[in-house]
Design a protein around this ligand. Structure first.
Ligand code: G6P
Length: 471
């Protein structure tokens, strides 16, 4: 039995003083620990010298970490450019924000090749490799080109648009073909699975067999790539415990004291245009306009952790949010009531857990999202005796299974205001029944379960591949 090799662009390196790791990092660490494993990826550091592929190794709590630096050119071309200014808007259906640049496309290939070259010597013949997210789509094909025969799976954490959108990308077919190097390609939801299947059909003329796999013959070798949906979860119990403790911690106590008798609406994410932050602020503005009974009775806390500052659309968004928050407070605030508290910085995870628990409403309204773990964390953090209400965008992957949420279309501020009013005035019995049905789902579909299910399916696929390879 080989090791599990996890590859992601960002590696959750154990660093002192960082906010506690999120659900995904925790889940992967647990799986890595129990399998004996290695986590490989970018160190998060940029260097002025050309990328040497030099590996920095670290062993911590039973897990090996191996990272490489990016040089400044590759950081700009591969990370800020192709990954985050081309693929990110493309996969989130935002073609108007996509700024194509052929040199960035080359940098993307080159860095994926460099990752493959650096990783290959670290692999044993029986290792199972699990590659994550849009930054590393060609990595499997690059590893195969270097002769890797191991089982390789890929998971896309973000949405998968249909071919009508995806085909806008120059070289879209090449990227789709890259996916055929994997034994298993996983996406979050059935909606995304539909998008991916549509891309294979309309883009490459390939349809899945009745078990959901695509068969191809590449250079005389028969291959089969299984396609499936695996909804990621969180460490539900762990987060619930964190929230229970945090509610009596100093930050939560200060927050509570500053609120008085007012209710709290909370939102927290990276400052990213996919999260629908301006729409959310407009929805809150509409609540105050259309339901004046909430004036001076509610506060909306929005945490927006700054992100990808080197990309212009993120800087534009920051300006827009600064203005909108100022406008809402200017229009509705009183000398002793600030309707909207806007924090454009990261807040420690356990502090957030306490805020989630005390909030009457969790407002999670992305324009598109693969899953959205904040929605899940908000629910997990609630007090079972007095749970809050989740107001959730129907465009979040999480909406596929969270039937207790109040769903909204974030593009409609009036509708958002109506759902916010409904959430703020919902009777306890309805809150409890909505919450418990969602919580039951979260207890079943944890991050650990997601990883186990994906890896079990990957092992099955690869086993099925053996006879044809031997033949
Ligand atoms: C999303 C992506 C991840 C990415 C994260 C943070 O969750 O799916 O792949 O790592 O955002 O973005 P960053 O660009 O800072 O890595």
């Amino acid at each position: 039995m080989g090791r599990l090799i996890v590859v992601s662009n960002r590696v959750a390196l154990p660093r002192r003083g960082e906010p506690t790791a999120g659900g995904l990092a925790v889940a992967l660490k647990d799986v890595l620990k129990s399998n004996g494993g290695l986590w490989f990826g970018w160190s998060g550091e940029t260097t002025k010298t050309p990328t040497s592929g030099e590996i920095k190794a670290l062993r911590y709590q039973g897990i090996d970490y191996a990272t490489i630096d990016l040089n400044e050119t590759d950081y700009k071309g591969f990370y800020a450019g192709y990954s985050n200014n081309i693929l990110w808007p493309l996969f989130h259906f935002r073609l108007g924000l996509l700024e194509y640049d052929r040199r960035q496309s080359e940098a993307y290939r080159r860095v994926n090749r460099d990752f493959a070259k650096a990783l290959l010597p670290l692999l044993g013949p029986d290792d199972v490799i699990w590659i994550h997210d849009y930054q590393l789509i060609p990595l499997g094909a690059e590893l195969r080109a270097l002769g890797a025969r191991q089982k390789i799976g890929f998971f896309l954490h973000i949405p998968f648009p249909p071919w009508a959108v995806f085909s806008a990308l120059p070289g879209a077919e090449v990227l789709m073909r890259d996916l055929l190097a994997y034994d298993l390609v996983g996406v979050q939801t059935h909606r995304d699975l539909g998008g991916m299947v549509n891309c294979f059909q309309d883009g490459l003329g390939l349809s899945p067999d009745e078990d959901g796999g695509i068969r191809t013959s590449i250079a005389g070798t028969e291959r089969r790539t299984q396609l499936s949906a695996h909804a990621i979860g969180i460490d539900t119990r762990g987060f619930a415990n964190t929230a229970r403790k945090a509610i009596n911690g100093p930050d939560a106590v200060r927050m509570k004291a500053s609120m008085g008798e007012r209710k709290l609406i909370v939102g927290a994410e990276r400052l990213d245009y996919t999260k629908g932050l301006p729409h959310r602020m407009r929805g809150f503005g509409a609540l105050l306009d259309n339901f004046p009974q909430h004036l001076n009775q509610v506060t909306y806390l929005q945490v927006a952790a700054r992100s990808r500052n080197e990309v212009a659309s993120y800087r534009d968004l920051r300006r827009e949010l600064d203005q909108l928050a100022g406008r809402i407070n200017g229009d509705h605030g009183l000398f002793d009531w600030t309707p909207m508290r806007y924090v454009a910085r990261a807040v420690a995870r356990d502090t957030l857990a306490g805020f989630y628990r005390m909030a009457d409403v969790g407002l999670v309204t992305p324009l598109r999202d693969g899953m959205n773990l904040v929605a899940k964390e908000y629910v997990a953090a609630q007090d079972p005796e007095n749970p809050g209400v989740l107001v959730l965008s129907s465009f979040a992957g999480a909406a596929e299974a969270m039937d207790g949420a109040l769903l909204v279309n974030p593009l409609d501020p009036e509708a958002m205001a109506e759902q916010l009013d409904r959430a703020l005035t919902m009777p306890l019995a309805e809150r409890k029944s909505r919450w418990s049905s969602m919580m039951q789902g979260l207890e079943e579909q944890t991050a650990e379960r997601w990883a186990e299910d994906f890896l079990a399916e990957l092992n099955e696929q690869a086993a099925a591949r053996e006879p044809s390879l031997a033949a």
